[in-house]
Write a new protein. Sequence first.
Length: 334
Amino acid sequence: MVTILGIESTAHTFGVGIVKSGKIIANAKDSFTTSDGEGGMIPIEVAKHHVSVKDEIYSKALSDAKISEKNIDVIAFSQGPGLAPCLLEGMKFAKELSEKLGKPLVGVNHCVAHLEVGRSVGAKDPVMLYASGANTQVIAYASGKYRIFGETLDVGVGNFIDSFARYVGLGFPGGPKIEKIAKEGKYLEIPYTVKGMDIALSGILTNLKQKFNKKISVEDLAYSLQETVFAMLVEVSERAIAHVGKNEFLLGGGVACNSRLQEMCRMMCENRKDFDEVKYFCPERSLLVDNGAMIAYLGEIMFKAKANVFSPNELNNVDILPRQRTDDIEVSWR
Ligand code: AMP
Ligand code: MG
């Protein structure tokens, strides 16, 4: 039995999760938010947030798991990709714990963690639509790596939604607010930009802003944004499923909390029954958004495979990797 502590700090969320032999026993977190107006995420400010909550979140995770820190065998942390100031605070905390407890450190890729935690709900070899703030990718395993079959050519879908929400004065994060007001809206045509297996969002953002300035109702814009952009995500996901021939589909990332996106993905999987059975998997909300449990979950898998594991006297060799790509990782554990 190994007990792994996972630390997440790539962006707005500081999270500490604990996993014991494949079972998630704690998932504590606190996220940086702003209220109304145009305030967004300033990396240095977010990093300060992480420093201010880290001790409290760590204690909460231990008490939720009903263990003491002496029971921790391994520390895992999000090594990248992400905002450098935020990643640095997570790594600093992870190294301090590794040193203090004399336990090994595992550097984990955040995007791969979103995918691997799908195992906890039964997804063993899925095509994943990873729809989060900064990242939007369609990922699946092929010949030793997690390959990106499609992705955004500009901004992540969550950041795109947040930018629009900020522009119309809804504050950050905008996703849940857009979802709510979309229920009151009706469809109007906006650009649909799928390019091969990739999508582009910045042109759509400009178009939405122009329409908002022409006094088109924000409810209609929110509804049309969801119907159009989610259809783009579903289209590239389905094409990836058809090409790579997998029979599992997994959702990940904060935008996957959106019930309309979930519904559209579930429908796509059901409608593919005529070709091949595709099982639909969507973890609970707390595992979709950024969280420490998924870092601990992949940390355990990597620790057992001796992948990217460092002993407490090797910590000087460990650094953050803000621009690490999903397909940089050698997947030695499959
Ligand atoms: P992550 O970076 O994976 O933690 O996800 C954060 C992003 O998810 C932010 O951009 C949020 O606006 C977005 N998000 C959260 N809930 C929803 C929702 N219900 N609908 C759309 N986007 C959402
Ligand atoms: Mg994420």
